[in-house]
Design a protein around this ligand. Structure first.
Ligand SMILES: Cc1cc2nc3c(=O)[nH]c(=O)nc-3n(C[C@H](O)[C@H](O)[C@H](O)COP(=O)(O)O)c2cc1C
Length: 181
């Protein structure tokens, strides 16, 4: 039977060593165990041009990105905090999706910080998601002190954060189903 929940994971930084990529992949694994079909957009394999850059409107990766965004019914975003804001990489990806791709669909939001936990980046992503008519779930995750947040096995060290991640993924899954009705 086809999965009713299809999730697109989007990381706000490049590289397979990226902590945001790790976090998104952890979240997608939980969603997959819940029965979702999951897709991670790999910027290293398929980079997106800056919006407005010469030739960007005909870019094949952009078309694939928008097609995948249209096909799924949920999104999992994680951005590093840069100077108190979401990263330019995350903003540029959000700038490539419009309401015609994501309207009425569920979004889960996460962020990582070199320093202390705060909600700046999460709040900014929440505003952008509202602008493209997505439904950001109320649960959200900020991972502070990111350099020491993961253990050698790639798992979060803080058990409370793991529990929060599981609860947030459950909510994203349930919300995607609810919005399908
Ligand atoms: C340009 C830049 C600005 C940053 N600004 C902040 C900041 O304002 N607050 C903070 O806690 N960490 C800041 N950091 C640390 C990043 O949040 C941290 O490196 C990132 O969350 C790691 O995620 P990644 O491995 O996916 O890149 C900054 C890092 C860079 C490169």
């Amino acid at each position: 039977m086809a999965a009713k929940v299809k999730v697109m994971g989007i990381s706000g930084s490049y590289g397979n060593d990226s902590n945001n990529t790790k976090l998104v992949k952890l979240g997608l694994e939980i969603l997959s165990n819940l029965g979702a079909e999951t897709h991670f957009w790999d910027l290293n394999e398929k980079p997106l041009p800056l919006v407005g850059e010469e030739g960007c409107w005909e870019n094949e990766n952009v078309k694939d990105f928008q097609n995948l965004a249209t096909e799924v019914n949920a999104y999992l975003l994680s951005s590093p905090e840069y100077h108190g804001c979401m990263s330019g990489v995350m903003k540029n990806q959000l700038d490539w999706i419009y309401s015609k791709h994501v309207s009425g669909k569920a979004f889960g939001l996460m962020s990582t910080l070199g320093g202390q936990s705060n909600s700046n980046t999460l709040n900014q992503m929440r505003i952008a998601v509202r602008w493209i008519h997505g439904w950001a779930i109320p649960e959200q995750i900020a991972v502070p002190n990111i350099k020491t947040a993961f253990n050698e096995d790639g798992m979060l060290q803080d058990e409370k954060l793991i529990e929060r991640l599981e609860n947030t993924m459950q909510s994203l899954f349930d919300t995607a189903l609810m919005l399908e009705k």
